[in-house]
Structure formats: structure tokens, C-alpha cells
Design a protein around this ligand. Structure first.
Ligand SMILES: [Zn+2]
Length: 285
């Protein structure tokens, strides 16, 4: 079932997992994981991949996978920059139910203004909007190596966050609390007290980006303190490349078997993250 950002957040105890995908097979794995777990999820497409994956051709398949499933799933455009409103319009026309406008590199007033513009645009389609305040280090969608935590000066300021959401009625707010996009060189240190303070002062659901490599205990703690949506992507790429590197006999031509194994890896990984983000600790932890 295709659902709105607001619905999938409200229907999830803990935080909803948001998984960026680059093709329909990845989307199928994520949606199957949500069905298996009986919980909502978000299938995202990053603007960085929009042209490379030929989104206008691929998205109808991805949308069909979502619509035919029994799980509540939102279709999310991730990290649209202020210069990418053409992609925002394309995504809305293709049926996306959630748009992230990332004006975090702009001054506060400009970030508010572009977010308000996207709120109006998305509102015409009944789609939800996620904004970002404070900068999250690393580049979304490339799984590069990043430092363990962002520059403290980039962390989200609680007072500014409160002022931001009082002006722009967004459905979710991405915050900078020590995570980064990509693969960490050293274990990241989440600013848990900052998450608590933000959750106290900001009335909209908080979003954590860059969850790959964050210790499970820190994830669960951040959910307990008020994070309601968690973005996960790099880990799916690591799973894929581990499968690519698995030794095979030189005469193996079973490409469909390879795709099946990719699907199973992604599904298992997404299911594990859906359970973790719901605040469920696995046995033995
Ligand atoms: Zn992100």
C-alpha cells in the first residue's frame, strides 16, 4: 500500500526505516522485508541517483511493487537541493508521497523559504515534506569513507530548530547529531543529549541520516529519545558488493541465482534494520 510520510511514521512504534534504492530489485527486497516484519517502511530514491537510474522509467515499477504489497510504504525523494525543484515536480507527478528538501547548506531564511515553497508544491499532491537543519557530513548516496562524527559547529541548534518548525509546518525534520553519510572510519558518537533536547523543543518527528555503522545500542537509544525516521543506504551497497566478491566457479552463468542472492541479502538486512529501528533488541544483545 502506498502511504504518506505522516502515516508511516504514525503507524510505526519507534522509528520507521527509510531505505534508498537504485532499482526495482532493491525496492522489492525492502518492501518484502516490511511485509515479513508486519511494519511500515519507506522506499527512497536519492536525487543523486535520479538520472543515473533513469527514474522516470524505473519509478513506475518501484511504485507498483509498493502498491501491490500489504505493507504500508511511503515513496520518498531523498535530499532534493534547492536547485532540484524540477526533480521534485517529476517525483510528485510519478506518485511520490514524501519529499525531502535539503536546504541545510543555505542560510536559515533561505532554507525556510525553499522549504515553504516545497510545502506548497507537495501540498497540492497530498505529499509530506521532510526538511533539514544543521549539516550532515559526507555525501549522500556514494558510501564513501567519512570521519566518525561531524564538526560540532554543524550540529542542529535546538533554538533554531524550534524557530524553523514554527514557521514551516514540515512532517519531519532531519537533524545533525553526530552522524554522517557513508561508511565511518571510526565508530560515530551520537549526541544523545542533543537528540533529547531537540525532541523536547521540536514538535515534528526527528530524522536520523547516516545510520550505517552506528552501533545498535546507540540506534535504540536515539529512538528512545525521540528519533522517528532513520535513513539507511550504505549498508545495502556493502551487502551487494560482498555478494559480487563471493568466489564463483569460472563456468557459473547463473545470473538469476546471483540476483536472488542479492535480493535475499538486502531483504535480510532491511528486516534486521526495521526491527532495530522499532526499538527491538535482538536476542543476545
Ligand atoms: Zn541523508
Amino acid at each position: 500500500m502506498l502511504r504518506s510520510l505522516r502515516e508511516v511514521i504514525e503507524w510505526t512504534s519507534g522509528a520507521v526505516g527509510s531505505f534508498n534504492v537504485v532499482d526495482p530489485l532493491m525496492a522489492l527486497a525492502v518492501v518484502s522485508a516490511a511485509v515479513q516484519e508486519g511494519r511500515p517502511a519507506i522506499v527512497g530514491v536519492a536525487t543523486r541517483h535520479w538520472e543515473k537510474m533513469d527514474a522516470p522509467v524505473m519509478v513506475p515499477s518501484i511504485r507498483a511493487i509498493v502498491e501491490r504489497s500489504s505493507a504500508a510504504v511511503a515513496l520518498h525523494l531523498d535530499h532534493a537541493k534547492p536547485s532540484q525543484l524540477t526533480i521534485v515536480r517529476e517525483a510528485l507527478d510519478l506518485g511520490f508521497t514524501s519529499i525531502m528538501i535539503d536546504g541545510s547548506t543555505e542560510p536559515f531564511e533561505d532554507n525556510c523559504a525553499i522549504t515553504e515553497e516545497v510545502l506548497k508544491l507537495a501540498g497540492r499532491y497530498g505529499a509530506g515534506v521532510e526538511a533539514e537543519l544543521g549539516a550532515i557530513a559526507g555525501e549522500e548516496g556514494v558510501a564513501g569513507l567519512v570521519d566518525s562524527h561531524a564538526d560540532e559547529s554543524l550540529y542542529t541548534d535546538p533554538g533554531m530548530a524550534e524557530a524553523f518548525v514554527s514557521r514551516c509546518e514540515v512532517d519531519a525534520l532531519a537533524v545533525s547529531v553526530g552522524t554522517a553519510h557513508g561508511l565511518y572510519k571510526a565508530e560515530p558518537k551520537l549526541q544523545l543529549d542533543l537528540i533529547s533536547e531537540l525532541a523536547d523543543r521540536v514538535s515534528v518527528p526527528l530524522v536520523l541520516h547516516g545510520a550505517t555503522g552506528v552501533p545498535d545500542s546507540a540506534i535504540v537509544e536515539s529512538v528512545e529519545r525521540g528519533v522517528r525516521k532513520i535513513n539507511y543506504f550504505s549498508g545495502l551497497l556493502v551487502e551487494a558488493m560482498d555478494e559480487v566478491r563471493s568466489p564463483l566457479p569460472s563456468n557459473d552463468t547463473d545470473y538469476l541465482g546471483f540476483r536472488r542472492r542479492l535480493y535475499e541479502r538486502w531483504k535480510e538486512d532491511a528486516a534486521e534494520k526495521i526491527r532495530l529501528y522499532a526499538g527491538i533488541r535482538e536476542a543476545g544483545e
